[in-house]
Design a protein around this ligand. Structure first.
Ligand code: ASP
Ligand code: MG
Length: 466
């Protein structure tokens, strides 16, 4: 189970964790914990503002205040657990201060950033562990830099599963498989370490990922294959449509890994898309549940099981730019696309949707609006493109409709009819061969209209409307 920052905001939230613990009392539990709300941002700010000692002191004092506030609420003052938590905070913040001094001296190397960001989870997880202990539960604090071994990509590290599995087998499994002990393991989310021993982090929002990495690893090395990941969030689950566009959208109760990846990629940041990759291999189910209503029957489950007869959701990219490259002379010339995408990749620009007419006269592709000036400048500074091509662009929006059902002709006809009714022009389309996702490029001003009209006209075909 992963508890995010919104599960640790005050005394009541901690009580909720006890409630959840008792609901799942007969099950072996591993808790993965995020930093307190806002702490990772504050740590990052500290690392990025080391010019004056005053600024460093101010930020560290704020981090300290937020943690002291929590332990003041959840423990009796000067009790054993309060004092342990307080010592831990003191010790770690003084380590943080020393690290800031090092960075001032040696510069902000990438590994320093990860090390600094790791303090959030180190503090919050220890506090939760002490809280569980203070309530008579058997619990153990365990930092994942002993467990998750990653590659060297600081800030966005990827787990090396063989090495992680070996650690899980040696360090975690014996604790869980001990029949005489019912112990909760509290693991720090978000952090790992590389082979040399430097702390790495898994990317922002990465605690979800930690939970699924650990689940996968336990599946790989343990005897008990009955494993489930539950992410406790401040929402009921994944919604078919971001409430920003359609206020009372449906909850998606059931979806499979591929569908979830489409939704998570474009969705409202409820789920970290990478965590699906970790659990998909063994088809480990993942639930997204509302922390405030742990017994609620409606929640999202991502598993092998999915009802293919429904549309699952619509997501949108609001700020996109479509670039179109046109030439009559390049028909049937191999390598034109490679050249275009090489320019994008050299400039670190990610291309999402691609559409090319089979005549090969024009190629359109979507990039984030943030990157469009860089992209145009790069294309125009290439003699090749300037000589043989016309380059056009327009700011647009992209909607993605996900679910196997959209492969049906009738459903697609209904989608196009709905859009036509509102006079919404589709500027480009993409649907690949076995895809369960249809992406439509439309005028940006029509985005909300487009989503609403598909939602209203195809209402009964959404899973959640059942
Ligand atoms: N604390 C990290 C972040 O804010 C990881 C997480 O919350 O999942 O990005
Ligand atoms: Mg967070």
């Amino acid at each position: 189970m992963k508890f995010g920052g919104s599960c640790l905001i005050d005394k009541n939230a901690f009580k909720k964790i006890l409630e959840i613990t008792s609901i799942y009392k007969d099950i072996k539990k591993v808790y993965v914990v995020s930093a307190l709300n806002g702490i990772t941002d504050l740590l990052l700010k500290t690392a990025n503002n080391l010019e004056t000692d005053k600024e460093i002191d101010k930020n560290i004092a704020l981090i300290e205040k937020k943690h002291l506030n929590i332990i003041g609420q959840i423990f009796t003052e000067d009790s054993e657990h309060y004092l342990k938590a307080k010592d831990w905070i003191d010790k770690n913040l003084s380590e943080l201060e020393d690290t800031c001094a090092d960075i001032k001296e040696f510069g902000l190397e990438p590994y320093y950033k990860d090390y600094i960001m790791s303090f959030g989870e180190i503090l919050s997880t220890y506090i939760l562990n002490q809280y569980l202990l203070s309530n008579g539960l058997d619990s153990l604090f365990f930092s994942t830099n002993k467990l998750i071994i990653t590659n060297d990509e600081f800030n966005n590290a990827y787990p090396l599963y063989d090495l992680t599995n070996a650690r899980t087998k040696r360090l975690l499994l014996p604790l869980l498989e001990n029949p005489n002990k019912d112990i909760i393991i509290c693991l720090t989310g978000f952090i790992g370490r590389n082979k040399i021993g430097y702390i790495t982090t898994l990317g922002r929002g990465g605690s979800d990922y930690t939970a699924s990495i650990i689940a996968r690893s336990l599946y790989d090395v343990g005897n008990d294959k009955c494993i489930k990941v539950t992410l406790w969030k401040d929402v009921d689950g994944l919604l078919a449509i971001n409430p920003k566009y359609v206020p009372h959208s449906f909850l998606i109760k059931n979806l499979d890994y591929d569908e979830a990846k489409h939704i998570a990629n474009f969705g409202a940041k409820i789920l970290h898309p990478k965590c699906l990759e970790a659990i998909e291999k063994h088809k480990i189910p993942l639930e997204i549940r509302n922390f405030n209503t742990p017994l609620e029957k409606n929640y999202t489950e991502i598993s092998e099981r999915s009802d293919k007869n429904y549309i699952k959701g619509i997501s949108a990219v609001e700020f996109a730019t479509i670039i179109t490259i046109i030439s009559g002379s390049m028909v049937d010339v191999p390598g034109v696309l490679a050249k275009i995408f090489k320019v994008m990749s050299k400039n670190n620009i990610s291309v999402s949707l691609v559409a090319q007419s089979s005549s090969e006269i024009s190629t359109s592709f979507i990039i984030s609006e943030e990157d469009y000036e860089k992209a145009i400048t790069a294309l125009k500074s290439s003699k090749y493109f300037l000589e043989f091509f016309e380059i056009k662009w327009e700011h647009v929006a992209v909607i993605n409709i996900t679910g196997l059902k959209i492969l049906e002709t009738k459903t697609k006809a209904e989608i196009f009819n709905a859009l036509d009714k509102k006079n919404i022009k589709i500027k480009a389309i993409s649907q690949s061969y076995d895809e369960l996702n249809l992406s439509l490029v439309i005028e940006r001003e029509k985005l909300v209209d487009a989503i609403n009209v598909i939602h209203d006209d195809l209402y009964e075909e959404f899973e959640g409307s059942k």
